[in-house]
Design a protein around this ligand. Structure first.
Ligand SMILES: Cc1cc2nc3c(=O)[nH]c(=O)nc-3n(C[C@H](O)[C@H](O)[C@H](O)COP(=O)(O)OP(=O)(O)OC[C@H]3O[C@@H](n4cnc5c(N)ncnc54)[C@H](O)[C@@H]3O)c2cc1C
Ligand SMILES: *[C@@H]1O[C@H](CO)[C@@H](O)[C@H](O)[C@H]1NC(C)=O
Ligand SMILES: *[C@@H]1O[C@H](CO)[C@@H](O)[C@H](O)[C@H]1NC(C)=O
Ligand SMILES: *[C@@H]1O[C@H](CO)[C@@H](O)[C@H](O)[C@H]1NC(C)=O
Ligand SMILES: *[C@@H]1O[C@H](CO)[C@@H](O)[C@H](O)[C@H]1NC(C)=O
Ligand SMILES: *[C@@H]1O[C@H](CO)[C@@H](O)[C@H](O)[C@H]1NC(C)=O
Ligand SMILES: *[C@@H]1O[C@H](CO)[C@@H](O)[C@H](O)[C@H]1NC(C)=O
Length: 532
């Protein structure tokens, strides 16, 4: 009898606890989180104005303004409970502490360009920690260094550098709206990389909020953590507040050109030759090849053109000599070449006509994304035979809108050891491929995603293998992923070994040291494993 009473009592207790827990989850989680944020910050930097929940009329616009892929831009498809657009470093610290104590996941967003939307989607309840208001940039010309906040865009950084000096630059990506937070932590790949390596090769310090809400920098930022966030992706280790970077020298005159060859005009032959020479040119040269569809509007005329984009750190005369010697098949003419300052090359790379003002570099478009896209990447270590290229063209022609970027390696990329930073794809690559498909009709998603799989399968014999390398900044969920709330280590090793090759082991150890309980987790995060 007594046992029965105890049992009933226990059952009631269990029932009560679970009911009240459910109530806590449903109604109080946001209030607790907000109250905690309030408690954790000081009144001179009130956090309330930085917080946006579904009750705010600006919630949807705040969500979509830093989304770039229409596939993931509907907040209704996610379990987002709040957006904290930090206006002060203490807001970042509070968000980490309070999300952790309330068992809410966070997604960190700087520029919002993540190809798979991982900075703003999740299928478990989460908060977006949005860094876009933390965007100051301080340049020290005499030391050739700068501090760049995570929420600054590349366009803002390039503008600030060029205002301070005509002969300094920073090696990073082409698109001006990329956020320094995500872009640099994922590697940061751009047209100065054959001369100076990628962004992470030019990062010397950072300010990072760790899982306990502490700011680590300088002497308190371990070498191992600084190593990991240079190419390992920021989101697995903490929140990057800012980067200290070295600026690099560029001449006052830089030369660019853009010429193209269609298949009918011998594109395959020129591209074949490009594979043999592009990684061996002087490292001042960056010659990108972009196979793309042409004349899609006229079915009888549809073809592929390979567009060659070049940047040379020097005058046109010298550039012409180098091309005539190494790739005369291009048929380059002096009038194809434009000499300009480094800052003005940004207009060229974003496809504006020569002479366009660089004021677009400061634009922060807030419209919802207009297009859906899917991207994948590969590394190529030996030339693709012409038959292989013909195979690729056949599949490309099935798309409505698709292009590839073949980005030459060599130069500094061959000289920097694969373990110098967490970014591992160095020596031994001829070039890197990005595949990119774009569409505007939601109904075309399955067809495009399917075609991307088809082209990726067809490329397998020609690209790196065991593992097949992939570039973290070109995030691709097809190469392995975990559910939002759980990290399966075996699965993590699959995508991890593709992104990080031999650096994965050390990345997992650094993760175990700085975030042993795996608070900073998402679909492609690095799991905390001490030994393997
Ligand atoms: C149009 C376009 C052009 C591109 N061109 C290039 C290029 O030339 N070279 C190149 O290398 N890449 C390029 N990319 C890829 C780009 O570098 C990556 O998408 C990069 O992750 C974007 O950074 P973000 O801050 O804008 O993105 P976000 O979506 O904000 O973040 C990307 C990832 O980083 C994490 N993260 C963001 N901020 C922080 C932070 N402060 N602390 C910790 N983790 C953080 C996010 O959680 C997410 O996982 C391009 C992308 C697009 C859409
Ligand atoms: C916030 O602080 C108040 C007063 O110190 C305290 O009663 C409350 O429990 C705290 N709330 C949270 C969520 O930290
Ligand atoms: C959201 O609404 C709250 C309460 O009205 C307000 O204090 C806060 O400033 C709003 N947040 C934003 C980002 O507008
Ligand atoms: C290719 O070059 C031709 C002639 O120079 C030009 O008309 C065309 O627009 C170019 N196409 C691309 C995709 O750049
Ligand atoms: C960049 O181009 C613009 C427009 O042609 C020109 O006015 C400006 O002087 C150029 N800037 C530099 C630094 O060369
Ligand atoms: C990189 O590898 C080399 C050779 O294996 C080793 O000597 C060096 O300590 C490693 N560097 C780092 C940063 O791990
Ligand atoms: C997409 O498919 C839906 C459902 O089949 C259909 O109603 C809609 O008209 C289609 N949209 C376009 C642009 O074809």
């Amino acid at each position: 009898m007594k046992e029965v009473v105890v049992l009933v009592y226990v059952l009631l207790l269990v029932l009560f606890v679970s009911v009240s827990n459910a109530k806590v989850t449903k109604t109080n989680i946001i209030e607790n989180f907000l109250q905690c944020l309030h408690n954790q910050t000081r009144s001179e930097n009130p956090i309330i104005e930085a917080v946006c929940t579904h009750d705010n009329s600006t919630f949807v616009s705040s969500y979509v303004s830093y989304t770039k892929n229409k596939r993931y831009s509907n907040p209704k498809d996610t379990k987002v409970i709040a957006i904290v657009a930090a206006k002060h470093e203490s807001h970042v610290q509070a968000t980490v502490v309070c999300a952790k104590s309330n068992r809410i996941q966070i997604r960190i967003r700087s520029g919002g360009h993540d190809y798979e939307g991982l900075s703003y989607i999740s299928s478990v309840p989460f908060v977006i920690l949005d860094m876009h208001d933390l965007r100051s940039i301080i340049i020290d010309v005499s030391k050739k260094q700068a501090w760049v906040n995570a929420g600054a865009t590349l366009g803002e950084l390039y503008t600030k550098i060029s205002k301070a000096s005509k002969t300094l630059a920073f090696p990073a990506g082409v698109c001006s709206t990329l956020g320094a937070g995500g872009h640099i932590s994922g590697g940061g790949y751009g047209n100065l990389m054959r001369k100076y390596g990628i962004s992470v090769d030019n990062v010397v310090d950072a300010r990072v909020v760790d899982v306990n809400g502490n700011i680590l920098t300088g002497a308190t930022l371990g070498d191992d953590l600084l190593w990991a966030i240079r190419g390992g992706g920021g989101g697995s280790f903490g929140v990057i507040l800012s980067w200290k970077i070295n600026l690099v020298d560029v001449p006052e005159t830089v030369t660019v050109f853009k010429v193209n060859k269609t298949l009918e005009k011998g594109a395959t032959d020129v591209l074949y030759k490009w594979q043999l020479v592009s990684s061996k040119l002087p490292q001042e040269f960056f010659l990108r090849a972009m196979p793309e569809l042409q004349n899609v509007a006229i079915p009888s005329k549809i073809t592929i053109a390979v567009v060659f984009y070049a940047q040379f750190l020097g005058p046109a005369k010298k550039l012409m000599e180098i091309i005539n010697k190494n790739l005369p098949e291009l048929g380059l003419k002096r009038e194809d070449c434009y000499e300009m300052s480094w800052i003005n090359t940004t207009t060229f790379w974003q496809n504006y006509p020569v002479g366009t003002s660089t004021s677009f570099l400061l634009d922060r478009p807030t419209d919802p994304p207009g297009a859906f896209f899917k991207s994948k990447s590969d590394y190529v270590k030996k030339p693709i035979p012409k038959e292989g290229m013909e195979k690729i063209w056949k599949i490309m022609l099935k798309f409505n809108n698709m292009f590839m970027q073949w980005n030459p390696y060599g130069g500094a990329m061959d000289k920097i050891p694969a373990n110098a930073t967490a970014f591992p794809h160095r020596n031994g690559n001829l070039y890197k491929i990005q595949y990119f498909a774009l569409w505007t009709d939601a109904n075309a998603t399955d067809a495009n995603v399917g075609l991307m799989k088809e082209i990726y399968e067809a490329m397998e014999p020609y690209v790196s293998s065991n593992p097949r390398g992939a570039f973290l900044n070109y995030r691709d969920m097809d190469i392995g992923s975990n559910p939002s709330g759980k990290t399966n280590v075996e699965e993590a090793k699959i995508y991890g070994s593709k992104y990080f090759l031999g650096n994965l082991k050390r990345l997992m150890q650094v993760k175990a040291k700085y975030d042993p309980e795996n608070f900073f987790r998402f679909e492609q995060s690095i799991p905390p494993i001490r030994a393997m």
